[in-house]
Design a protein around this ligand. Structure first.
Ligand code: ZN
Length: 351
């Protein structure tokens, strides 16, 4: 089959191309619970750019030789192509979305549903076999059958970007009362889904902070109540909207270039600051946290059950992904566009 393969890192993202379009061996069933999925769409994630830059290298690939060549792509959906002998409940042709973390499933941590924690494998990130290809192998435990209303290419980014946005919003709305404020920082692939989830699952006033007019427009279309341009005046604007008190919840989908201190400052006493995006260190004196009793709450992807819940929201038309489609052979163009901030919503590769 054909796949886009990462063969070398590029520290400053300056190379003219990053992945190579190659013939690679077809995926094979090796354990009875394996499922081969023919890909209908693979989301292109900022994490993929971070992999190319080598940000993950100290954790995942300390020798620089262990991980490459790597087929990236962890936001995948498609159709079941072949099932192992123990993979019951699915047949060839079923449309499915793929939870990105493969776990064996019998450990307590996994039985509790915490798929992201404990041992396992994350194809496209910590090992090859991701979705920048015509097909991939996953486990029967990872796939969620899609309702008839949803096509694989239109939902693939829900597998990570959408799931991450859904999980953090689910955490936030547990504590948000009608009429309270939630600030969303950043409106890319995650932010625009997060805003829709907030709208569908709560009755809060949603204040969105973003840098570009294009992002603010997407925020408005996604259901934001107040738009604030991140041009240096955003702190004052949020404080004015919240009558000087700050927001009960701040969800930071950026996590770099100063948004962590800004987000914490916009959080009112007793409020929660949720951190999802990453890139910088969070730096706050312990005494400031104690005096204000603000909480910092991180959120990481989500569980298989949460992916199924998100599909229920999508099936009802309550969340809709904005995608920009690229052919698999144009993966470099998609990655370049993402790096240049030219993708509206989420880029999806179609094999
Ligand atoms: Zn991702």
């Amino acid at each position: 089959m054909k796949a886009q393969v990462l063969n070398r890192y590029d520290d400053d993202l300056s190379a003219s191309s990053w992945v190579d379009f190659e013939d690679v061996p077809d995926p094979r069933i090796t354990t009875p619970t394996d499922v081969i999925v023919r890909l209908g769409g693979a989301g292109v994630c900022r994490t993929d750019l971070h992999i190319i830059e080598g940000v993950w290298r100290p954790n995942m690939d300390p020798t620089g030789k262990g991980l490459l060549p790597l087929i990236m792509g962890h936001e995948n959906a498609g159709w079941v192509e072949e099932v192992g002998s123990a993979a019951t409940g699915f047949q060839k042709g079923d449309p499915v979305i793929v939870h990105p973390k493969i776990t064996e499933g019998s450990l307590l941590v996994h039985r509790r549903g915490h798929d992201m924690h404990g041992p396992g494998r994350f194809p496209g990130l910590d090992s090859s076999g991701g979705g920048y290809a015509e097909a991939m192998v996953t486990s029967v435990r990872n796939i969620v059958k899609l309702p008839e209303t949803l096509a694989p290419k239109d939902v693939a980014p829900y597998a990570d970007a959408g799931l991450t946005a859904y999980r953090v919003v689910k955490k936030a709305v547990r504590e948000l009362m009608p009429g309270q404020f939630c600030v969303v920082i950043g409106v890319g692939g995650l932010g625009h889904i997060g805003i829709q989830c907030l709208k569908a699952m709560s009755a809060v006033d949603i204040i969105v902070v973003a840098r570009s007019d294009q992002s603010l427009k997407l925020a408005e279309e996604s259901g934001a109540d107040h738009l604030v341009k991140a041009d240096g005046s955003e702190f004052d604007a949020v404080m004015s909207l919240t009558k000087g008190e700050g927001a009960e919840a701040v969800i930071d989908f950026v996590g770099e270039k100063g948004t962590t201190s800004l987000g914490l400052k916009m959080t009112r006493p007793l409020g929660n600051y949720y951190i999802v995006g990453y890139g910088e260190n969070i730096n706050i004196p312990a005494v400031d946290l104690i005096i204000t009793e603000k909480s910092i709450i991180p959120s990481l992807v989500g569980t298989w059950a949460e992916l199924a819940e998100l599909m229920a929201l999508a099936d009802r038309g309550l969340v809709r992904l904005v995608t920009q489609e690229y052919s698999l052979k144009d993966a470099n163009i998609a990655l370049k566009d993402l790096n240049a901030g030219k993708v509206n919503g989420r880029a999806v590769l179609i094999a």
